[in-house]
Design a protein around this ligand. Sequence first.
Ligand SMILES: [Ca+2]
Ligand SMILES: [Ca+2]
Ligand SMILES: [Ca+2]
Length: 489
Amino acid sequence: MITICRFAASVLFAVVPTTILTLTIARDDQPTNQSREAGRKQPTTPLISPAGLPARPTWREDVRANTDALGQAQQEPSLAISRRDSDVIVVAAKDFRATENVSRSVWIYTSHDGGRTWPRNQRFPQMSEDIIRHSDPVAVARDDGRLYVIALGTGTPVPSNHGLFITWSDDDGVTWHDAVTVTAQRRTGFDDKEWLTIDQAPGSPYYHRMVVAWRPSRFDALWSTYSVDGGLTWTAPISAADGDIHSAYPVFDANGRLLLFFIDPLKNDEPGTIRFVVSDDGGDTFSLPRKVVDVRQPKSPLNARDRFRVLSIISSAIDPNDPDRMVVAWTDARDVDTNGSDAMLAYSHDGGATWSDPIRLSSDPPGQVRDDFLPVIHGGVRGRLHAFWMDRRGDPDNVLVNAMYRASGDGGVTWGPSSRVSDLATDHNVAVPPISPSPGDYWGLDSVGNRVCAAWTDTRDGNEDIYVDCAWMADLGLMYYLPVMLHEG
Ligand SMILES: [Ca+2]
Ligand SMILES: [Ca+2]
Ligand SMILES: [Ca+2]
């Protein structure tokens, strides 16, 4: 059911002297000028619902983002909403349409109407003549409207022909820049599970610096590199942390401090520890690792009847307005015998110095064996934390999956009522491509102002597709101001 009328973001461009462009995104029935002087600092006190917790967003009908009719698999979506116009949304996913499920490319799907239609499906630009398959897409929106997608590519032989590649769009996803090599594999082995972050705080000394971190298979380490020119050139990779570690998740805080989270080690059905390293110089040097929390990683598959893998890939977010507030989320099996797997999180309110005990993000009643897995976290306007994960609560057989959402208005301490995002429960065991038995190691989640969008893998049509839903959060108020500094050149 659609209860929110067309978003119809009115975008006001007010060019002021020098090079400052102030951009306002608001609903068309809202005032647009009165708070422009508010600057980039958003209120740190979140608006909350009368009940004291963030209310359920108004989710709509699910929409399939991949428009092919070939019945091949699409997996592992990442989603970004344009900061220039929140009707513009891109999803990047692993897409097998061209190869009858034997190999995959990353494809980029674009919507210009707030997620209602996805007329544009494009393959990630050619990486090199030797690269024939892609994986691990990550989409990130920059505050001036630019949209990025990074992915890994492999050729033959693997892993000696391999690299990380990035592309971007300055025209709302219509055209994409030629693929740029972030790192070309020569001696590092298979560069796996890269993640991209961008410093988006205009006051930061590293404003618009882009950091990519990943796991090189031939070294027990996480490596990182950065770009200061929007992705055209990248520094020589350095080791940010050593050890049998994986699932790099870099995040900038509002002061330009870079935190790089990871799990140590990434191993199914084993204990692990989530840690992070800190860079106070924009990625040139990193601290020694600091502990967040001990976790119990899930079995893979989750149970005997499943045919898809689940890794304890982590997700993290820092309050864009309060660098002290941050959360990390993961899939945990400590209570698997009573709860199935659970989505869990830990929070810090002192910049990572101390962390909470693990908190159960799963919102179904404990004591029933229902799997919850692969939570993703996003830090949005006014300190709201968004969480999205897969949830089997609705199926007594613990098979069918729904996409689930809930939010926190107090930095992760308490969480509002959960809401079902997906209109239908589907089975992730349907039509699993043998070459890639993973609907995804993560899902898509992003928000701008009062709009939140999620993307996930869904088999309602008999094979893996990417479905998207975008919601409106009425309890956050109706305004959002986003000043954008545009630098000449
Ligand atoms: Ca499909
Ligand atoms: Ca559970
Ligand atoms: Ca829905």
